[in-house]
Design a protein around this ligand. Structure first.
Ligand code: FES
Length: 141
């Protein structure tokens, strides 16, 4: 479940979900080139339960992976308000609630949707191949 490669992903607005074709696409339907991403295995798709967040780590980055009824989504696991892991919070609809002060974040966009958090959390592209869920980080230049 853990990936030992250290990397960072800078585009906070690239929410991507898995389609049956194993292609990746953002929510506006724009194809993303896999050439620009490094994919990291994080969890088995068959182990994910809908609305139940899972924690993963890619290098130094903590990741929260959540299966919704229309795909699997990955966001940074650290709340933008203070330090708390969102994967320990509750999912309702498309939002996850921070377990510390109850700010909420949209799992598809990373947007903070309820205070006290104002800033979004980073989102990451996701793909599934042969039951393996991968999270994409932008390649380092
Ligand atoms: S640490 Fe998440 S809302 Fe305060």
């Amino acid at each position: 479940m853990l990936c030992s490669v250290s990397c960072q992903y800078a585009d906070a607005r690239a929410a991507v979900f898995h389609r049956q074709s194993s292609q990746t696409t953002n929510l506006k339907g724009t194809e993303m080139a896999d050439d620009n991403l490094e994919w990291h295995a994080v969890v088995k798709a068959s182990e994910l339960e809908e609305q139940e967040p899972e924690h993963a780590r890619i290098g130094d980055t903590l990741i929260c992976v959540v299966k919704l009824d229309d795909g699997i989504f990955a966001i940074n696991d650290v709340c933008s308000h203070e330090f708390a892991q969102l994967s320990e919070g509750f999912v309702e609809g498309e939002e996850i609630e921070c377990p510390l002060h109850q700010a909420t974040f949209n799992l598809k966009t990373g947007e903070a949707t309820a205070p006290p958090a104002d800033d979004p959390v980073e989102t990451y592209p996701v793909k599934v191949e042969s039951d393996q869920v991968y999270v994409g980080f932008k390649k380092q230049a």
